[in-house]
Design a protein around this ligand. Structure first.
Ligand code: ASP
Length: 461
C-alpha cells in the first residue's frame, strides 16, 4: 500500500486502533480543543505512545473546554486591544494565566511557565504587536507540551519565515524548517506564527496552526500529516441539514477544495497546498476517539476497492445573478472581458459564468455586490449601450455535489436532476466543470435545504 507520490506507506489501523503498516515519520497537529486542559494533554500523550513514529507535534493554543468557555487566542487579542487603548487588561490576563498554570500544576511540569507568562504580560503592556501577542498562545502551549513529553522545543519564529508584506516566504521556510528538523528528533513546533527576517513575529490568519503543521510535514518529508481535532473527519453533508450524515473516509485534495470553497470546513484552506504539492496525505483525526480512522485526504485516493459516486455535498446561500443581454454579443470579441473588468474594478470575484449566444450571467456573492450595486449596473448599462438589457436577480443558492466517482458513472446528472424534480425544486442555474468533479446547481434560497436533502437521499439513502 503506497502513499500518493511518495512510495511510503499509508496508516491503516486494526480494530483496536493499532497501526498495521508502520510509518517512518508522522507529523501531528493538535487543535485548541485537543489541548484545552490537563485531561486533554493526557489524551495527546497516549495517542503519541500508540505510534512511536509520531515524531513532530504542532500545538494550537488552548481552546474551549466547554461551549461557553473562552479560547486563549481570543483572550490574547482582547488583552492587546485593551492595552493599545491604554486600558487595564489584568482581569483578562488572569484567565490566561490560570489556564496555563492549571495545566502545568496538574501535570507536575517543571518548565518556568510563570516566568514565561510574566514575559508575555510585560510584552503586552509594553506595546508589542498584535501578532506577537496572539502568537504567545501557541508559544506558551508549546513550552508546556514539550516539557510534558520530554521533547525538544523549536520556536516557530526560527523556522517559519514571512516576507516584509506579511505573506509566507515559502522557499525560505522550507529551507529553515528542514535544516532545524532534519535530525528527526521528536520536537514540538508551536503553530500559527513565524517571523520576518528582522525577527518580528507574524501570524497566519485564524486557524493557521493547520498551515504550520503542513509546512513541517513537507519539510521533514513526512509519510502522513495527522491533523487531530474534535471531529472524526469530514461529513458528506452539513449535519444541521441532514440528520447524521455519513462520514467521508477518503477524499482527494481537489474534491476537498471544492467542498471547502462551498463551506465545508475542518481544515484551514491554505493548509492543503504545501502537502498536496509533494504528495503527503493528510489524515483528519479525533483526539477524543483516537481509534477512529477519520478522513484521509490524498492526491488520488489510491487503493480504493470501490469509489462512491459522490463524495460530499456543500452549498451557500445569498448569491446574485447579473444577467447581461446584448444583440450580437456572440460576435463581439472582448465583450466578456469588459463585463468582468467592471467587476474587477470593484474587487468583486465571480463564482460562475454561464453564457448563451447573446447573453451572459455572472454569479456573485450578494454581499460583495451590495456596496456598489448601482454604480456597477450603470456601467454595465453603458456597455450594452441601448441594444440589450442588464438585470439582477437575488436570493440564489449554489450547491455543489462533488465526487471523483462521477467520471466513471453514467447518469449521475440524470439522477440528481430527477431527485430535484421529484422534490419539486426549480433549477435556476447548472454548471458542470469539464473535470467532472462536481455538478453545481443554483436554486432559490428557499429551496436550499430541500435541494441538499433531495441529492443526499438520492445518492446516499
Ligand atoms: N490559535 C489560533 C486561532 O485560534 C490558531 C489556531 O488555533 O490554529 O485561530
Amino acid at each position: 500500500m503506497t502513499a500518493d507520490g511518495l512510495g511510503g506507506t499509508i496508516a491503516r489501523y486494526d480494530a483496536r486502533g493499532r497501526t498495521v503498516f508502520v510509518l517512518e515519520c508522522i507529523v501531528t497537529k493538535f487543535g485548541g480543543s485537543s489541548l484545552a486542559s490537563d485531561e486533554q494533554f493526557r489524551k495527546v500523550r497516549s495517542i503519541l505512545e500508540l505510534e512511536p513514529t509520531r515524531l513532530y507535534l504542532i500545538p494550537s493554543a488552548p481552546g474551549k473546554r466547554f461551549p461557553t468557555d473562552e479560547k486563549v487566542t481570543d483572550l490574547l487579542y482582547d488583552c492587546h486591544a485593551l492595552a493599545a487603548e491604554g486600558k487595564p487588561f489584568d482581569d483578562l490576563f488572569v484567565k490566561i494565566r490560570e489556564r496555563y498554570l492549571s495545566i502545568a500544576q496538574h501535570l507536575h511540569l517543571e518548565v518556568d511557565i510563570e516566568g514565561a507568562l510574566d514575559e508575555v504580560h510585560r510584552g503586552i503592556a509594553g506595546g508589542k504587536s498584535r501578532d506577537w501577542c496572539a502568537s504567545r498562545g501557541e508559544y506558551l502551549c508549546g513550552l508546556l507540551v514539550a516539557d510534558y513529553l520530554g521533547w525538544r522545543f523549536v520556536d516557530a519564529a526560527e523556522g517559519i519565515r514571512f516576507h516584509d508584506d506579511g505573506t509566507l516566504d515559502d522557499e525560505k521556510t522550507q529551507e529553515l524548517l528542514s535544516g532545524l528538523l532534519k535530525d528527526r528528533k521528536p520536537s514540538v513546533v508551536p503553530g500559527f506564527y513565524g517571523s520576518r527576517a528582522n525577527g518580528e513575529v507574524v501570524t497566519f490568519s485564524r486557524g493557521g496552526s493547520d498551515i504550520t503543521g503542513a509546512l513541517v510535514a513537507r519539510a521533514v518529508g513526512a509519510d502522513v500529516y495527522e491533523n487531530w481535532t474534535d471531529v472524526s473527519g469530514f461529513l458528506m453533508a452539513d449535519p444541521r441539514i441532514i440528520d447524521g450524515p455519513a462520514e467521508i473516509s477518503s477524499i482527494t485534495y481537489k474534491e476537498l477544495r471544492e467542498l471547502s470553497h462551498m463551506g465545508a470546513s475542518v481544515l484551514h484552506e491554505d493548509a492543503m497546498f504545501p502537502v498536496h504539492r509533494v504528495g503527503i496525505p493528510t489524515n483528519i483525526r479525533n483526539t477524543n476517539k483516537p481509534y477512529h480512522p477519520g478522513t484521509l485526504i490524498s492526491k488520488n485516493a489510491p487503493n480504493e476497492v470501490s469509489v462512491p459516486t459522490i463524495t460530499g455535498i456543500a452549498g451557500h446561500q445569498g448569491y446574485s445573478v447579473i444577467n447581461v443581454e446584448k444583440n450580437m454579443m456572440n460576435s463581439e470579441v472582448g465583450f466578456g472581458r469588459k463585463v468582468l473588468s467592471i467587476l474587477e474594478e470593484y474587487g468583486i470575484s465571480f463564482e460562475h459564468m454561464p453564457t448563451g449566444i447573446d447573453s451572459m450571467c455572472v454569479v456573485v456573492k450578494s454581499e460583495l455586490l451590495a456596496s456598489h450595486r448601482e454604480e456597477i449596473l450603470e456601467k454595465l448599462e453603458k456597455l450594452v449601450d441601448g441594444s440589450g438589457s442588464v438585470t439582477v436577480s437575488d436570493n440564489l443558492s449554489i450547491i455543489a455535489t462533488v465526487g471523483r466517482g462521477m467520471v466513471h458513472n453514467c447518469g449521475t446528472a440524470a439522477r440528481l436532476f430527477s431527485a430535484m424534480s421529484r422534490a419539486r425544486i426549480n433549477v435556476r442555474m447548472i454548471d458542470q466543470g469539464s473535470s467532472e468533479l462536481s455538478i453545481i446547481v443554483g436554486v432559490n434560497d428557499s429551496d436550499f435545504e430541500a435541494t441538499i436533502r433531495a441529492i443526499y437521499h438520492e445518492f446516499v439513502g
